[in-house]
Design a protein around this ligand. Structure first.
Ligand code: SF4
Ligand SMILES: [Zn+2]
Length: 436
């Protein structure tokens, strides 16, 4: 493990004056100036500056710096946030601000949560043992998203009403976003202290960023993500990125410097941009996700694909073509596959969204899945097809059959049961596991 402290830079004012004449300098831990800048820094400019100053795994740490709240002037040495334009705010000022609404009608503000690094049950899917979420809410607003039906949203109704005036976290999913700007600073201190590290049950000690929001959905979220990845890598912890956003390519420098400790994946359920857009209204098109992942793979960084959730309109030929393209352009370490699940209140919203977008056939086929036998037959067809095609094309496949599916499927029950019980992903990652 490298010394994380050595990779934390700090910012001090080195010349006073009126705001555009003030000079701020970036210092390394030996007290040497590595960069200078005129004018008062915002959180946004510090995060950008962080990327320019020092090496790929260096970051400017706000708590090691001497910067002040843009509203009350107090020193930032504890929790902090920022305005949407990046002005630094101490915690008291951040908490007393009302939400802001952007040009897309999305309400955003500060997330008051104390959560930093949470243990996760996603080791069942061989994804990780821990998750980090850089925000609450997700502007991609995928209609089938399970996140708004989890306790993270359901039990925080009061907070959502207070912070972003949201009455129903599920119905209004996609229209609010609460950032955790100080997460890199808080994570850094937590990792400095944390001795015990869980790597049980196929989770490989991996930290996934992120499970409940898209960690590269916009610049502010991406800046938080970059800081968290740098801290994790500097502490020798393996990281799994999962995103639908092509902006992930901006951090290729960090992924390369991580030397096998970071794997990057994208959810690419289907390659038909229009169909995907109909039920993932705010997310970038799958063709752009594929391009981004290709760039990352070409840069020598391990990549994977989450083919989840696939649609009932996808034929075996479609699945073959999709997997062939993954093999040819990405050569992924693994493709995880999961058919769509018709359970939960959001499934009706998914069918309606497909219909509203003019995807009548998709809407009709999705609706048929509400009949359990139809869903079992469709799931079996797709899981079997993906497994067989993977074998034919020599692509490591990891199936995620649903527990209810395994309960009700008649043929090959034991085979699918073994897929659930399988305690390992076929990935070689992490290449450089923690020695801490
Ligand atoms: S990108 Fe992920 S977290 Fe965001 S809405 Fe879609 S499924 Fe949910
Ligand atoms: Zn303040």
């Amino acid at each position: 493990m490298i010394n994380p402290e050595r990779h934390r830079l700090s910012v001090y004012q080195t010349k006073p004056g009126t705001w555009d004449r003030e000079r701020y300098s970036v210092f390394d831990t030996s007290g040497h100036i590595v960069d200078n800048k005129n004018g008062k820094p915002t959180l946004d400019s510090i995060r950008k500056w962080s990327k320019k100053s020092g090496g790929d795994l260096d970051r400017i740490d706000l708590w090691s710096s001497k910067l002040n709240c843009s509203s009350c002037g107090s020193l930032i040495d504890d929790r902090f946030s920022s305005t949407s334009t990046g002005e630094l705010l101490c915690w008291d000022c951040a908490m007393s601000r009302t939400e802001e609404t952007d040009s897309r009608g999305v309400s955003h503000t500060t997330d008051p949560t104390k959560a930093i690094l949470s243990s996760s049950a996603l080791h069942h899917k061989n994804l990780c043992n821990y998750v980090i979420n850089v925000a609450t809410g997700c502007t991609h607003g995928c209609k089938f998203c399970y996140v708004p039906s989890t306790p993270n949203i359901k039990t925080r109704a009061e907070m959502l009403e207070d912070q972003v005036n949201v009455d129903d976290g599920q119905q209004e999913w996609g229209s609010y976003l609460l950032y955790r700007d100080d997460l890199p600073e808080r994570l850094a201190r937590k990792l400095d202290r944390k001795q015990k590290w869980d790597s049980k049950d196929g989770g490989r000690g991996v930290v996934m960023i992120s499970s409940g929001t898209d960690c590269y959905q916009d610049r502010r979220a991406a800046q938080i993500t970059r800081g968290c990845v740098i801290e994790l890598v500097n502490h020798g912890r393996p990281v799994r990125i999962l995103t639908r956003s092509p902006a992930v390519v901006r951090d290729i420098d960090v992924f390369q410097a991580a030397d096998g400790l970071v794997t990057v994946g994208s959810s690419i359920p289907c390659l038909d941009d229009e169909k995907v857009r109909s039920i993932e209204p705010g997310a970038p098109a799958p063709s752009t996700r594929l391009n981004a992942l290709e760039k990352i793979s070409n840069a020598g960084v391990p990549v994977y694909v989450s083919m989840s959730p696939t649609y009932p309109t996808q034929t075996r030929e479609d699945l073959y073509e999709q997997l062939r393209i993954f093999k040819e352009r990405l050569d992924p370490d693994v493709v995880f596959h999961e058919p769509i699940n018709p359970r939960g209140g959001n499934f009706d919203m998914t069918v309606q969204a497909a219909r509203d977008a003019g995807q009548e056939k998709l809407a009709k086929e999705l609706k048929k899945l509400k009949d359990r036998d139809n869903w079992i037959a469709y799931s079996k067809r797709q899981l079997t097809a993906v497994e067989e095609i993977g074998e034919e094309l020599d692509i490591p496949i990891h199936l995620w059959p649903d527990k209810q599916f395994v309960k009700y499927v008649k043929e090959d029950k034991e085979h699918f049961k073994r897929q659930i019980e399988k305690n390992d992903s076929p990935e070689d990652y992490p290449l450089n596991p923690t020695s801490a």
